[in-house]
Design a protein around this ligand. Structure first.
Ligand code: TRP
Length: 328
């Protein structure tokens, strides 16, 4: 049986943190035998907000390097940079001419983003979901893993594809949303009521995969807990629960065993033990990342190969779409 093709786009903004890793990246790594994965670093989407060019370039390679260090294996999966394949904006243009302002105006993320940053409400930001639809549809993806915030965008991509197929001819596969396997929902260490996020900037909010062991230890020691003294899995004690959850994921121990282990221990010892487990789990990732980055040109080469591998798929789809609309 043919493997399902799954397309994921990741913006090269901010650093990968523990929440991204346990909530998404680790699932991708673990699913490499099950699916034909295409991972795309969506740098063209990133310029819908103001970027420093040098930093954007740096972050693009950093993200690609991190994904490789986390275990994305180019023998099984594809990884490439969006801007290396010209068919993405080209197909987006064809879609632009077949979508109404009204439908686009209903995109809630555009409204949120433009309210947050009223000084830079550019046309690209408005058009963001169409470029995203082109990303997905160019590769005839069967599925796209989407969190809550991207559901509307995927729905738009499906509508664009269905309408195109109906009006011009069968050209695109209709992608299905893939609900991420539940498991890891990592909360901010400083405010455990909120999901760990790139956009919170408290110094102790997130553990980044490239944090040094000292930084990781410091952040865990400062993690918000409560003033009770039993260490047990209790959802109502959000800070403690989050730390226990992280410990559980990395040690694969069952909850009873973990509670036994910490019986009679104080928060100080507990936090240190959680930090140590995380430090050891992230160490090989950080070391591999540093090794990859030290080999000059290596990541660029991998990404080039990745683009060369998927380009024929994009070209074939775009050629078909062009023919259907009469551009050739
Ligand atoms: N909009 C997505 C996000 O912010 C990133 C993205 C761009 C994407 N193109 C995509 C995700 C295609 C999935 C498929 O997370």
């Amino acid at each position: 049986m043919e493997k399902k093709r799954v397309f994921s786009g990741i913006q090269p903004t901010g650093q990968i943190h523990l929440g991204n890793y346990l909530g998404a990246v680790k699932n991708w790594v673990d699913s490499q035998d099950e699916y034909e994965n295409i991972f795309c670093v969506v740098n063209s989407h990133a310029i819908t907000t103001t970027q420093n060019p040098k930093e954007l370039r740096e972050k693009t390679y950093e993200l690609a390097g991190m994904l490789l260090a986390c275990g994305i294996d180019m023998k099984k999966s594809n990884l490439f940079i969006q801007s290396e394949i010209d068919e993405h904006p080209a197909l987006a243009w064809v879609f632009d001419c077949n979508i109404s302002m009204g439908e686009m105006s209903r995109m809630t993320q555009f409204k949120d983003k433009s309210l947050k940053n009223p000084k830079n409400v550019n046309v690209g930001l408005f058009n963001y979901p169409v470029l995203m639809a082109a990303d997905i549809l160019l590769y005839q993806a069967d599925g796209v893993p989407v969190g809550e915030d991207q559901k509307q965008h995927l729905e738009l991509a499906r509508n664009i594809a269905q309408r195109f197929n109906r009006d011009f001819g069968e050209c695109f596969k209709i992608p299905e949303p893939m609900i991420p396997k539940i498991g890891a929902r990592v909360m901010g260490l400083d405010e455990p009521a909120n999901k760990m996020s790139k956009s919170f900037n408290g110094a102790n909010h997130a553990i980044f995969l490239l944090d040094t062991p000292d930084e990781i230890m410091r952040k865990f020691k400062k993690a918000t807990t409560d003033s009770q003294n039993s260490i047990v899995f209790d959802q109502k004690r959000a800070g403690l629960y989050n730390l226990l959850n992280i410990y559980e994921i990395f040690t694969h121990k069952d909850r009873r065993k973990i509670e036994d282990e910490f019986e009679g221990k104080g928060y100080g010892v507990f936090k240190t033990m959680v930090a140590e487990v995380v430090i050891e789990a992230l160490r090989p990732i950080r070391e591999k990342y540093e090794k990859l980055r030290s080999q000059k040109g290596y990541i660029e080469e991998v990404l080039n190969e990745g683009a060369n591998k998927v380009r024929p798929i994009a070209k074939a789809t775009y050629k078909k779409a062009k023919e259907f609309v009469g551009l050739v």
